[in-house]
Structure formats: C-alpha cells, structure tokens
Design a protein around this ligand. Structure first.
Ligand code: PAF
Length: 328
C-alpha cells in the first residue's frame, strides 16, 4: 500500500513511521520545513514511550510532488483540512482513499463534499506526541485509535487499516458508529481543552481543582443536549465521568489547545466548541458555558495571532482588550 501523510507534524510522523515498517508498504511524509528537510537529511527519529528509533522514509514539502497513492492520511489541524485535501486532489481523483486522523467535528463531510468522494475514513486518536526538534518526534502517550467510516463501502479498508496498525503495535479498533466515537472524543475535548487552555493548567491540575471540574461538567452537560437532539449514540453511558476520567488519566498532558496558545498558533476551538454552539443554536439549545469559554479562547487566540505573540509572552489580559477582541 502506498500511503501519503499530509500534515506530517508529530502525530502524522508517528503513524507514518510505524506503518512504513510493514512489508509492501511505502510511506511518504508531506509537511513543512525544517521538519521535512531534517528527515530528508538524517531520517526521522521517534523517541519516548515507544522506544528510540531512526526511520528512513521519504519526505516532501508538497503532495503535488507525489504521482500516485492508495491512501492519503490527513493529520493536519482541523482548520487546514480542506487545503490539505485539495493539495492531494490529484491522488484522490485517481482513486486514493482518505483517512482523517484529527480532533473535532465535521471534517469528513467537508472533504467528501469538496472532493466529491465517499472514500473517506475517520479516526480519533489518543496517541500523544510532540515534535521536540526538526526531524525528532517524542511519543508521550499510546492510547486507543478508533477507525470507521460513515460510508459503508469503506468497511473493508477500515478492517485492513486496523490490522496494519495492530501489526505495528498500536492499540486500535474499528467502529461501525464512528459518529458516536467522534462525538464522544469531542465531548472530552470540549470539557478539558478550553479549561486547560484558559487557566494554563495541565489536565491533572484541572482535574484536582473542584471549581474547574464543575466547569467541565457544565460544558459537557450542555454538549450532551446537542448529542441527544442529533440522535447520536455515544460510546459511553456516562460522558461526564468519561471526560473527568480522561483528565485524570492524562494528568501530565498539556492539552493540545493550551499547546497551541502557548506556541502562538490558532486553536481548534471552532471545530470543537464552535461546532457545538452552532448545532445547539440550530436545535434551540442554550449553551452559555460553552459560549463563554469559546469567546475567551477566541480572544486569546486572536490577540496572539494579531500581535505574533506566544501565550508565554503575553501579559494578563485586560478586560477592555478582551471585550475589544470579542467584538472588534
Ligand atoms: O486534545 C488533547 O489534548 C487530547 O485530546 C486530550 C484527550 C484532551 C488529552 O490532553
């Protein structure tokens, strides 16, 4: 199988490297410099909880440089999904399937519609990885990967990918309820991520604080009303306990939204909390807590982006700035 990984940051590099070990499998990583040029020169080093190894695999800057593929894996941030899919349009038009390994809601539909294909698969991941330096990725967590597709014709490919990932040692399973899987993960993200991002605390520190735990409960409770209105079947009976349990179990993690703010980057709040608020409005559901954290995260995000500052360099936000950032 020829696999092209578009958006090879930490997670994409990790999946690509491990899958490249399989017989009859070629992996090409597409990403940005200096990560890609470092891989071209010295190979990709994966460190951390999965061992310390050097992988020799092809790496390029643009998908347009690749002439064919069986599978395009997209591991970009949610807001870059469409651009990533379009960059691999020639591969998809020629028959390649697409696997989206991402956070957030709604990216499968966006890709299917824009590229006029139903060969779209979706996965959620609880793998943790950080790009520690160009060409080096540190694996920090080896949680479950769940794969499925809302288009039934992809079932065989889903099972094949599950088998391949198992073979390289990943914890993985298929799901026929991928919508439920994605929503269950999104509830965890809508509870933990903005709270950690706004307070600057690790998941464990958030969990230990009973006021912040209470905020997670409210955020998830509001989102569950949307899930119920949509008729989605979650993969847990108790989403609140599940979200709190995840915060506790991933105690040392700096959640991805906080990592983005700290790096002065855009966050994925729109595809998580933003989508929940949008869908809630469509169903006449009130989500005041989600709206509040959304506004605050967006304010921090836009201020950092505007000023090119990283969160660590930003002074405590003044109320006037906050109001201006939200309204202006
Ligand atoms: O986005 C994240 O950081 C992760 O999905 C999770 C599960 C919240 C752990 O930090």
């Amino acid at each position: 199988m020829k696999i092209v990984v578009v958006g090879s940051g930490s997670i994409g590099s990790l999946y690509g490297a491990f899958l490249s070990q399989l017989k009859d499998t070629e992996v090409i990583l597409i990403g940005r410099n200096p990560h890609i040029s470092a891989i071209q020169k010295k190979g990709l080093r994966i460190k951390g909880i999965l061992g310390d190894r050097l992988f020799k695999l092809k790496a390029m800057k643009f998908a347009s440089e690749v002439d064919s593929a069986d599978l395009v894996i997209i591991t970009t941030k949610t807001y870059d999904t469409l651009e990533a899919a379009k960059s691999a349009k020639h591969l998809i038009d020629a028959g390649a399937s697409v696997l989206l390994i991402q956070n957030g809601l709604g990216t499968e539909e966006v890709v299917a519609k824009a590229l006029n294909t139903t060969k779209v698969l979706r996965a959620t991941t609880c793998m943790g990885a950080l790009r520690t330096s160009p060409g080096v990725v540190t694996a920090t967590g080896c949680g479950l990967t769940e794969i499925g597709s809302r288009y039934p014709e992809n079932r065989e490919l889903v099972e094949r990918l599950v088998k391949m990932m198992k073979e390289v040692g990943f914890k993985v399973r298929s799901s026929e309820n991928i919508e439920g899987v994605v929503w269950t993960k999104t509830l965890v993200n809508c509870g933990i991520n903005p709270v950690g991002a706004l307070t600057g605390l690790s998941n464990g520190e958030v969990y230990k604080n009973h006021i912040l735990r209470g905020l997670i409960v409210r955020l998830v409770e509001e989102a569950v009303q949307v899930v119920d209105a949509l008729g989605v079947e979650l993969t847990t009976d108790d989403p609140i306990r599940y979200a709190l349990g995840t915060a506790k179990a991933t105690g040392d993690n700096i959640n991805s939204m906080l990592q983005d703010l700290q790096a002065g980057k855009r966050t994925e709040i729109d595809a998580i909390t933003g989508e929940i608020i949008r869908l809630a409005k469509e169903h006449g559901i009130e989500t005041p807590s989600n709206e509040a954290v959304y506004a605050l995260v967006k304010a921090l995000e836009s201020r950092n982006l505007k000023e090119g500052k990283k969160l660590a360099e930003v002074d405590v936000l003044k109320v006037a700035d906050l109001v201006e950032a939200i309204t202006g």
